[in-house]
Design a protein around this ligand. Structure first.
Ligand code: GLN
Length: 536
């Protein structure tokens, strides 16, 4: 059977929730009994976001197979709850790299290599891989950026070609736009939407549906106007006002009837009636007044909260399930080094030190770990956060005052965190870390084992450095428990402080596996301890 494709393009401005919309529609289709998969096309030239600054790109979301992907894949996995693979995200950089390497091999037999057809063919081949590898009946494809961007043109052209090649009945185009609000007159304006639809038409694509995002409720009159000016059916104009919680989006979309409209247009029949009971319960819980706990998130990209998207969501999942509201205090670690924001740190009920790279702000995070340990404040260290909790322990409990990671001090006398053996000869930065799912055996009786309630788990990784085994015995003697290790016992995966209510660090990133309906055990353990500490 030919798979059906739903394409999502953006108009007017980016960052209006195209990814969440695609993810929510994917969920509604899955709930109707369809096998769905999702893909994100990123028009930039980088091969993947792995080497990009979080300031430019936000979080890098890691998949089971180790692919370093766009943060929208996090939304897809959290909503649709099926593990994705590397075929679900590609960039212009990957497309060009593939075509150029074929050209160098002589595969094109002397032909002139052009955007059409060579680049567009490679784009179509990669879009086709999703259904081929997953057996999906419906593939939702989100195109990054907004219509009109120079670098997204080959993607648009590839979609236009697919329209002809696989037939209009197998494709559905959703255009997600933004309606600006004019304060002086209190009006929402549709003109930018009209222009972006005109631009899309100029490329040869007519949208089947327009999702009009705005911060203000939209009158029927405006829906009618967009339908008329943009030449779509009235029921295909979907107003989507910003919600209090992301997890309400599927419920709002369901109310508008979009999923039924889409399957009708694609000539499909649902085999199940969607049951969104657990999503309703979740949203009710979010909206209910709850006691608040204060969490300090000590990082170095805190100006752009998207850099910690999955950490924030994981914290939310655990908090909702435990009936508390987590208020995040975003603390720049470099501020702590200058003696600033200490009050914010001290007023927190729990502290998270998330992942990161490079020297800047490291001492501030170590200071946070020190504060958490000495004052018995619940602490969750994620990857770098675990490494720093070990460095702090070495400096202040084992009296190795210059203990460090060789990432930050190559010549440290006490490299308690050091480069992994198989990382030593690597010179390329892209895609060369220890990436993806690896098993971890838990130590009986530890806090980690108690949180997970099983003997072995698999978690997603993204790191080059590890705990230096030469120091294991000394650490253990002084009260550090290595509560999670690789099955061959060569790599420390989780460390925790024995004499502490909850000070746990993981070398992996638990935040990539937390789901709204299945909060991650380590986040649950952390929030539980924090709630207790705060007396809530
Ligand atoms: N920079 C550290 C390493 O490479 C930690 C990485 C991370 O936090 N993801 O090991």
């Amino acid at each position: 059977m030919t798979p059906k494709y739903i394409f999502f393009t953006g108009g007017v401005v980016s960052s209006v929730g195209k990814g969440v919309t695609a993810a929510a529609l994917g969920l509604l289709l899955k709930e109707r009994g369809f096998k769905v998969s999702v893909q994100k096309l990123d028009p930039y030239i980088n091969v993947d976001p792995g080497t990009m600054s979080p300031y430019q790109h936000g979080e890098v979301f890691v998949l089971n197979d180790g692919a370093e992907t766009d943060l929208d894949l996090g939304h897809y996995e959290r909503f649709i709850d099926t593990p994705l693979t590397q075929v679900s995200n590609f960039t212009s950089g990957q497309v060009y790299a593939e075509v150029i390497s074929k050209e160098r091999r002589g595969d094109y037999l002397g032909g002139t290599i052009q955007v059409i057809p060579h680049i567009t063919n490679e784009i179509k081949r990669r879009i086709g891989l999703v259904a081929k590898t997953t057996g999906a009946e419906i593939v939702l494809v989100e195109v990054g950026g907004t219509v009109g961007d120079i670098e997204s043109q080959p993607f648009m052209e590839a979609m236009r070609q697919m329209n002809r090649e696989i037939g209009r009945e197998n494709l559905f185009f959703v255009h997600v736009t933004w309606l600006p609000h004019i304060g002086a007159t209190g009006e929402l304006k549709t003109k930018p939407t009209q222009h972006s639809v005109a631009e899309l038409r100029g490329i040869g694509i007519s949208p089947n549906m327009i999702i009009a995002r705005s911060d203000h409720p939209m009158e029927q009159e405006l829906v009618d106007k967009i339908a008329l000016f943009c030449d779509v059916e009235k029921r295909a104009v979907v107003p989507m006002t910003t919600t209090k919680t992301l997890y309400e989006v599927p419920l709002l979309l369901e109310k508008t009837g979009v999923a039924d409209f889409v399957i009708e247009k694609l000539g499909l029949k649902a085999s199940k009636t969607p049951k969104l009971g657990e999503w309703k319960k979740l949203v009710e819980k979010v909206k209910k007044d709850k006691p608040t706990i204060k969490i300090a998130l000590v990082g170095k990209y805190v100006e752009l909260q998207d850099a910690y998207m999955s950490v924030r969501e994981s914290l939310r999942h655990a908090s909702i399930s435990l009936g508390v509201e987590s208020e995040i205090e975003w603390i720049h670690s470099a501020d702590l080094e200058k003696g600033k924001r200490l009050d914010a740190l001290k007023s927190a009920d729990g502290i998270i030190v998330p992942g990161g790279f490079g020297t800047r702000g490291i001492e501030g995070k170590i200071l946070a770990a020190n504060y958490a340990r000495e004052n018995k404040i619940p602490y969750l260290g994620l990857c770098l956060g675990m490494q720093l909790m070990c460095i702090e322990f070495a400096r202040n409990i084992l009296d190795y005052e210059n203990a460090n990671s060789t990432e930050f001090d190559l010549n440290t006398k006490d490299p308690v965190i050091d480069l992994m053996l198989d990382q030593r000869d690597i010179t390329d930065m892209g895609g060369t870390m220890r990436l993806g799912l690896y098993p971890c055996v838990l130590k009986k009786g530890s806090k980690a084992a108690e949180a997970y309630g099983v003997k072995q788990v698999e978690e997603r990784h993204r790191h080059r450095f590890e705990f230096n085994n030469a120091y294991r015995d000394e650490f253990e003697k002084k009260g550090m428990v290595f509560s999670g290790v690789s099955p061959d016992n060569k790599l420390v995966e989780i460390s925790e402080i024995a004499d502490h209510p909850f000070m746990v660090g993981s070398q992996f990133h638990p935040e990539f596996l937390s789901r709204p309906m299945r909060p991650h055990p380590l986040f649950l353990g952390f929030v539980k301890a924090t709630k207790k500490k705060a007396g809530r």
